[in-house]
Design a protein around this ligand. Structure first.
Ligand code: 13P
Length: 283
């Protein structure tokens, strides 16, 4: 069932579990993620970056691919088609027009007022189209592999942004980084708890690949209701493929690509178990 993320995130927030966002990279990944989430009865947010949209052939291709797989595979769990790190108001609107059910606007590198102003415009447009909106504040590191405390979210900025924009969820920079960690991940739980107490809406943890399970579990107690995972699955998939090619004289792309299926699915199942917390049933 294709849906926006409003209801599933509120439900997760209230009950202290989290919905996984797995980023898709191609048709096969989308299929594996949908199948495994359905098998484990987990709602799923399919994160699609702007570079993936370009890679896969455009907004419409992504939306129709997901909708068609959802139907053909008879997926029963809620599925969200989510723009990950939309870089402009225009791109978020284009995603919405083309059928994305959720968008993240990443104005984190802009001055606060401009971030708020752009986010507000997207929320206004999104609400008319029944689309959910996530915003980012502070700046989640994506280059150095080391979290920069100077870029962490400030509680008062989070309060201001949430109050003025009416977003559905917020991704504050609290110590995670995108991609590989160069130092042991060390989330700032005091800051997370403080932000949660003040804003009272679902929080999003970006860069969850490589974060130890106990820190993820602790995050669920402090408002994190959506957890984004990409790199970890990419590594598992790539390692399997390397091994398969090394051991087999093979040229059929279907066999090569799908030799990573089991590894991806195992990774997904493992994350679902952690995010599900004590929930027997999601919704
Ligand atoms: P990782 O690739 O570090 O798991 O981060 C994914 C993410 O946060 C996508 O927005």
């Amino acid at each position: 069932m294709i849906t926006n993320s409003k209801k599933i995130l509120i439900q997760a927030y209230k009950n202290k579990y989290a919905i996984p966002q797995f980023n898709i990279n191609n048709l096969e990944w989308t299929k594996y993620i949908l199948e495994e989430c359905n098998k484990n009865n987990s709602p799923v947010i399919l994160g699609v970056s702007e570079s993936t949209i370009k890679y896969m052939g455009g907004y419409k291709v992504v939306v129709n691919l997901i909708k068609n797989l959802d139907e053909e595979l008879n997926i029963k769990v809620p599925v969200v088609i989510h723009l990950d790190h939309g870089s402009s108001v225009e791109n978020c609107k284009t995603a919405i027009i083309n059928g994305f059910t959720s968008v993240m606007y990443d104005g984190s590198k802009l001055p606060l007022e401009q971030n708020i102003n752009n986010t507000k415009q997207i929320v206004e447009f999104a609400k008319k189209n029944n689309v959910s909106v996530e915003a980012e504040i502070g700046c989640i590191e994506g280059v150095t592999g080391v979290a920069n405390e100077n870029l962490y979210a400030k509680v008062e900025d989070c309060e201001k942004l949430v109050k003025e924009t009416n977003i559905d969820s917020l991704a504050p920079a609290i110590g995670s980084v995108h991609g590989l960690y160069k130092e042991k991940p060390n989330l700032n739980f005091c800051l997370m708890a403080e932000i949660n107490k003040k804003i009272n809406i679902p929080l999003v943890l970006h860069g969850a690949s490589g974060i130890p399970d106990n820190q993820i579990e602790k995050s669920l107690q402090n408002g994190i209701s959506k957890v984004n995972i990409n790199t970890e699955l990419q590594i598992k998939w790539a390692n399997s493929i390397r091994e398969y090619i090394k051991n087999n004289d093979i040229y059929d792309p279907r066999k090569i690509i799908s030799s990573g299926e089991e590894a991806i699915k195992k990774g997904i199942k493992n994350k679902i178990e952690i995010l599900k917390s004590n929930q027997k049933q999601y919704i």
